[in-house]
Design a protein around this ligand. Structure first.
Ligand code: ADP
Ligand code: MG
Length: 192
């Protein structure tokens, strides 16, 4: 059932793991929790800044866009052990495994409005989550990296981290990207 062409890492390997997902799904909270428990983590923004892969500041949302493809060319994780990379574009980097955090779009709406995002940006992110945008992107780029999807909606950061660490310990078993995308959460059929 599992795709034999993918190399499954084990906990003993040096492992760089992307924590991706729509803004508001809880990526930074997960990485911080991992950090408190002794794991190294980076944010895509910091890596982009360090590697000269940030564009001009966009006056509309006051942030500099990351050139993720340039960063993917320039950056490789050189740190030993298990390392997490926090960012909604982290699945496009050179990593050994990918965790896709999902969250009910209604919760994302509340979180992003608390963050002070403009309505247009909130709606764009809710739609991205609604259409499983990360999975579409991984299909588009034919990313054949072991993936774990986690529905974070009703879980604490601790529960999510335990789920991720168990997955790593069990060898990051994964379907291939097409199968994962087919099986992915579909909020359009589950949201009332
Ligand atoms: P992201 O990095 O994906 O944009 P954050 O980690 O910044 O998301 O989380 C967005 C908001 O949601 C924060 O206010 C955070 O405290 C809250 N949050 C994150 N994860 C959870 C969770 N598992 N349960 C409850 N609240 C959470
Ligand atoms: Mg974040």
């Amino acid at each position: 059932m599992f795709n034999g062409s993918v190399k499954w890492p084990t906990m003993a390997d040096d492992l760089c793991i992307a924590i991706t997902g729509t803004p508001g799904t809880g990526k930074t909270s997960i990485c911080e929790y991992m950090g408190e428990n002794g794991y190294a983590y980076y944010s895509v923004e910091t890596l982009a800044e360090e590697n000269g892969c940030l564009g001009e500041i966009d006056s509309e949302d006051d942030s500099a866009p990351v050139d993720i493809h340039e960063l993917a060319d320039k950056w490789q994780c050189e740190e030993a052990g298990v390392v997490f990379v926090d960012g909604h574009l982290s699945h496009l980097l050179d990593v050994e495994a990918i965790v896709v955090l999902r969250c009910n779009p209604k919760i994302i709406e509340t979180r992003l409005s608390q963050r002070g995002y403009r309505d247009k940006k909130i709606v764009a992110n809710m739609e991205w989550e609604m259409i499983s945008g990360v999975w579409s992107e991984m299909l588009e780029f034919e990313i054949e990296t072991p993936c774990l999807e986690v529905d974070s909606t009703e879980k604490t950061p601790q529960q999510i981290c335990e789920e991720i660490l168990d997955w790593i310990e069990e060898g990051c078993q994964s379907l291939n990207v097409e199968e994962n995308a087919t099986e992915a959460i579909d909020w359009l059929s589950t949201t009332s």
